[in-house]
Design a protein around this ligand. Structure first.
Ligand code: BES
Ligand code: ZN
Ligand code: ZN
Length: 508
């Protein structure tokens, strides 16, 4: 989609539709909405006064202008109550308007930057939110649909601003929003891909494609032989049941001399459960078990496109989890890169195994990481705890946890902290190895915390680390405010928000 900013007034702008907004319960109509309404002869005010249009976030109403403004259509979108107004309202309103335009088959819309006027939001951030909403709201995945051609896509968004002092800020916001949305939609595309197409090898090729046009990103692919040399017995154990070779995908951005912030993603391209096989019902959703890895790749792309001023390393542990004559089985013992031995209780608790070695690898980087954040669709238990409201956050460091929580509020990709009480570790005591990979009871009490405390065993206590259990956030079977059913791209906006505001931890 072509997105541009220009100075002018909306009622004189040529497009298939112009988009204006109203708050809920606020009269009279101000700014561009007021100007367009005067030109139309009061149709918008009448819709509001009659109560037909409430102004709820994302509510849409279409007017035909009959030549009274330059565009043939005026699309009114609600932005909600003024006292509850945030960037997320902007994002959702822009998504709803763009989706409506796309459903109508429109090619070009012109819009105000919602919130930059009476909403009093920062114009760069507000613009970014409009662009994010537009690009996320019109996202579709139809790579594998044959027969009927898809509806035409929305091709152009023009952001119109009266004050020419503000246009440069709006241009900056456009570039920011484009970078962020492209990262999110990259993650969505990967998660939506069928698992026979998105194998670990194809995942590595996707990383290659991201790096190709971006010289600031360096890519290393660690293959099975190299994993063996490095002693990654946990990751190799998960991979050994599959004919698809595993890949550890490492993307490196920013100054080499600097201690990196490391992002680690679980990249199980399909989780059958292995020998501890899952029930057939809804097993197809397990193509999304690489969503943490996809978020890491999407975030690395956005970090490069935003040219953020810090070193960031992204690590994706990509493998299938399959049952076979070669597969690991319960009672097997694996040895992770950090030397710890693991007794397998459930081969379906594979995410923590691949993360153990991905984190092990992260800690061999020089200089050592200043912080590590892993994202994983790790447990069904986190859905029981938090539903679709937030990802589970676990951390050994309060400052990192607070930063993630704040970034979650700002991006509206929320996280909620859950405990890593020492007692949770007890259920992982093993008779034969250093620890078990699962308590082996179902349903497991505090299952998300037990998974997290397993991972913590592979983290040096001196490194600030956070684990995000994103299992309930990355794939929705119904449409959301920002996109269709399927992959959400959850985590990309959260990570970008965290890194945009990043500062090294002080001595305190
Ligand atoms: N990939 C699953 C977790 C999952 C479940 C993600 C539902 C998305 C939706 C993970 O590998 C898994 O199977 N976890 C087990 C852990 C148990 C064996 C300790 C679970 O949650 O049941
Ligand atoms: Zn599993
Ligand atoms: Zn899994």
């Amino acid at each position: 989609m072509r997105i541009e900013a220009q100075t002018g007034s909306l009622e004189k702008t040529a497009a298939d539709a112009v988009v204006v907004n109203v708050f809920q319960d606020v009269a009279p109509l101000g700014g561009a909405t007021g100007a367009v309404d005067r030109a139309l002869g009061g149709g918008i005010m009448a819709a509001v006064d009659s109560g037909d249009f409430k102004g709820k976030v994302g509510e849409c109403m279409l007017f035909y202008s009959g030549g009274k403004v330059a565009a043939p259509r005026v699309l009114l979108v609600g932005i909600g109550k003024q006292e509850a107004f945030t960037l997320d309202c902007v994002r959702r309103a822009a998504a709803a308007a763009a989706k409506k335009a796309q459903e109508l088959g429109l090619k070009h819309i012109a819009s105000v930057v919602h919130g930059a006027g009476a909403g009093q939001l920062d114009p760069v951030k507000a613009t970014s939110a409009v662009v994010e909403g537009t690009l996320l709201g019109t996202y579709r995945f139809d790579d594998y649909k044959s027969g009927h051609p898809p509806r035409p896509a929305l091709e152009q968004l023009t952001l119109v601003e009266l004050d020419d002092q503000k246009v440069d800020l709006i241009r900056t916001g456009v570039r920011m929003g484009e970078a962020i949305a492209a990262g999110v939609n990259r993650a969505r595309d990967l998660v939506n891909q069928p698992p026979n197409f998105l194998t670990p090898t194809a995942f590595a090729e996707a990383a290659q494609a991201v790096v190709a046009g971006r010289p600031s990103l360096r890519l290393t692919i660690i293959d099975r032989d190299e994993m063996q040399r490095l002693g990654m017995g946990a990751l190799l154990g998960v991979a050994q049941g599959s004919v698809e070779p595993p890949k550890l995908i490492v993307l490196d951005y920013g100054p080499q001399a600097e201690a990196p912030v490391v992002l680690v993603g679980k990249g199980i391209t399909f989780d059958t459960g292995g020998i501890s096989i899952k029930p057939a019902m809804r097993m197809e959703l397990m193509k999304g078990d690489m969503a943490g890895g996809a978020a890491v790749l999407g975030a690395m792309q956005a970090v490069a496109d935003l040219a953020l001023p810090l070193r960031v390393v992204g690590i994706i542990a990509a493998t299938e989890n399959m049952p076979s004559g070669n597969a690991i089985k319960p009672a097997d013992v694996l040895k992770a890169m950090n030397g710890k031995t693991i007794e397998i209780i459930s081969t379906d608790a594979e995410g923590r195994l691949v993360l153990a070695d991905a984190l092990g690898y992260a800690q061999t980087l020089t200089p050592r990481p200043q912080a590590m954040v892993d994202l994983a669709t790790l447990t069904g238990a986190v859905f029981m705890a938090l539903g679709r409201g937030a990802a589970g956050l676990f951390s050994n460091n309060d400052m990192l946890a607070e930063r993630l929580a704040a970034a979650g509020e700002r991006s509206y990709e929320r996280v909620w902290r859950l405990p890593l009480y020492r007692e949770y570790r007890d259920v992982l005591d093993s008779d034969v190895a250093d620890l078990k990979n699962s308590a082996g009871v179902s349903p497991a009490p505090a299952g998300a915390s037990v998974g997290a405390i397993f991972i913590q065993e592979f983290v040096d206590a001196g490194i600030p680390w956070a684990h995000l259990d994103v299992a309930s956030m990355t794939y929705h079977t119904a449409p959301t405010a920002l996109g269709p059913q399927g992959a959400t791209g959850y985590g990309v906006r959260l990570l970008v928000e965290l890194l945009q505001e990043w500062e090294p931890f002080g001595e305190e």
